[in-house]
Design a protein. Structure first.
Length: 400
C-alpha cells in the first residue's frame, strides 16, 4: 500500500493546505460534536452519548448503549473540540470528566450520557418501570466493561484534562490529571517481567478485581501522560520515572525481527500476546515524542498486515475498514511529513459520515476488534479521531 520506513523522524511540517476531503471531515466532525454539546441547554457539565442508532441518528435501542458515555470517547471529544477551536464545548465535557476524576474511588469506563447533576456523573443505566428500580448497565452489558477502570481510559481522560490546562491555564484541569495519574501509579504499577503498568480494574457484575494482564497500548498512553506531566513540572510524583517505566514496557514489546509490537502480556504479566496484530498499538507508538526511529517499521508492518481497500482494519483478519484506525493512520502520516500519503484516506473517511453527523465506526456491517466487534454504527470516538487527523493534532503533546 505504502512504503513508510524511509520517512524522517518526527514532525517535519504539514502541507500548506489540507485536501478538500480533510477539510470536509474537519468541518462536519467539529459541527457534529459541538452541536451535540449545545443541544444540552445551559453551560454546565455533560457527557456525550458514544453511539447513535445503526440507522444513522438517534439513540441505540440496545439498553446498555442507549445512553452510554464512554470515558475514552468523551476524552477524545475534548481534545478534538479544542482542535476545532470550540473551547466552551470542550470545557463542558472536560468538567464532567474532571468531576468524575475528583469524586469516588476510581474513574469508570462509562457513565450516563447527558447533563451532570449532583456533582458527579452517574453510572450508565436505565429506570425499569416494571420493577420500579434503577438498573446499572454493568449488570446487563456483556463483560461488564462499563464498571471497570481501564488504565488506558484513565490515561486518555487525563490527557484531555491536560489539553484543557494547556489551552486555558487553569490548574484545576492539571490537578485532576495528577489525581488520575496517581491512581494509576498506586493501583496498576507492576513489577513482573518488563514492569510497566497492568490493565487496571475489571468489574464483572459489579465485582471489581485487578486486571493482571498488561497492554502495550495502555503503556503507550501512560508514557504520553507521564511525559506531559513531567514537561509541565506537575506536582505529585516523579513523572519522569513513571514515564520511563511505561516506555520500558513498550520497548520490551517491540519485536525487532518482525518490526512490530506485541499487544502486551497475558495475566502472568510476562508471556507476550503475539496475536492478533492490533492496528492502534503500532500507530500510537509513532505519536509518542522522541519515539525511536526503528519503531517506524511498525507502520510498514500494518501496511502489509492491516491494509484493506481505502484504509485499514483493526486486526490482521482484514475483514473491513475501521474508521477510527484509518484516521489514526492518516494522522501518523501527516505528523511524519507524509501528508500526500494521508490524503487518500480522508476520501474514505469522508464517506463514513452518518445522517446524524457522527462517522460510522466501520464501513462494513461488522469487523473484528481484539475481544469484540465494531459495527456500522455512528461513533463519537471515530468522529473525534477523524477530526484530529484532519486538523493534524497529535493528542499526546498538546497544541502549545
Amino acid at each position: 500500500m505504502f512504503a513508510f520506513v524511509m520517512l524522517p523522524a518526527g514532525r517535519v511540517g504539514a502541507e500548506a493546505q489540507s485536501p478538500a476531503s480533510a477539510r470536509h471531515v474537519a468541518s462536519l466532525g467539529c459541527t457534529a460534536m459541538a452541536t451535540r454539546v449545545d443541544a444540552t441547554a445551559g453551560s454546565g457539565p455533560l457527557l456525550l452519548r458514544s453511539y447513535d442508532a445503526p440507522a444513522g441518528r438517534g439513540a441505540p435501542v440496545t439498553r446498555p448503549l442507549h445512553a452510554a458515555a464512554f470515558t475514552y470517547d468523551n476524552a477524545l471529544a475534548v481534545i478534538a473540540l479544542l482542535a476545532c477551536d470550540k473551547p466552551l464545548q470542550a470545557a463542558r465535557i472536560g468538567e464532567a470528566l474532571r468531576l468524575a476524576a475528583m469524586h469516588g474511588t476510581r474513574l469508570h469506563d462509562a457513565y450516563l450520557a447527558g447533563a451532570v447533576r449532583g456533582g458527579q456523573p452517574m453510572p450508565n443505566g436505565w429506570w425499569d418501570a416494571g420493577r420500579g428500580h434503577w438498573v446499572e448497565a454493568a449488570k446487563q452489558y456483556p463483560g461488564a466493561y462499563q464498571d471497570g477502570t481501564s488504565c488506558g481510559n484513565v490515561a486518555w481522560t487525563a490527557l484531555a484534562l491536560l489539553a484543557l490546562y494547556d489551552a486555558r491555564g487553569e490548574v484545576r484541569w492539571r490537578d485532576a490529571a495528577v489525581r488520575l495519574a496517581q491512581w494509576v501509579v498506586a493501583h496498576a504499577s507492576d513489577q513482573r517481567g518488563a514492569g510497566g503498568f497492568n490493565g487496571g480494574i475489571e468489574s464483572y457484575l459489579l465485582h471489581p478485581r485487578p486486571a493482571l494482564w498488561k497492554s502495550t497500548e495502555h503503556n503507550i498512553d501512560l508514557a504520553a501522560l507521564f511525559d506531559w506531566l513531567a514537561r509541565i513540572d506537575a506536582p505529585g510524583g516523579d513523572w519522569r520515572a513513571q514515564a520511563a517505566r511505561a516506555r520500558h514496557f513498550v520497548t520490551a514489546q517491540w519485536d525487532a525481527a518482525s518490526g512490530h509490537f506485541w499487544m502486551g502480556t497475558t495475566a502472568d504479566g510476562v508471556t507476550a500476546l503475539r496475536t492478533p496484530s492490533a492496528l492502534d498499538v503500532q500507530l500510537w507508538a509513532q505519536l509518542l515524542p522522541h519515539a525511536p526511529s526503528s519503531w517506524r517499521r511498525a507502520v510498514h508492518w500494518v501496511e502489509q498486515a492491516n491494509a484493506v481497500r481505502g484504509g485499514f482494519a483493526f486486526t490482521d483478519a482484514r475483514d473491513g475498514m475501521w474508521t477510527e484506525g484509518t484516521a489514526q493512520a492518516a494522522l501518523v502520516y501527516r505528523q511524519a511529513g507524509a501528508a500526500t500519503r494521508a490524503d487518500p484516506l480522508f476520501g474514505t473517511i469522508a464517506r463514513q459520515v452518518s445522517p446524524g453527523g457522527f462517522l460510522y465506526a466501520s464501513r462494513e456491517p461488522r469487523i473484528r476488534a481484539v475481544y469484540s466487534w465494531y459495527r456500522h454504527q455512528p461513533c463519537l470516538a471515530a468522529t473525534a479521531w477523524a477530526v484530529l487527523a484532519a486538523l493534524d493534532r497529535n493528542p499526546y503533546v498538546g497544541a502549545s
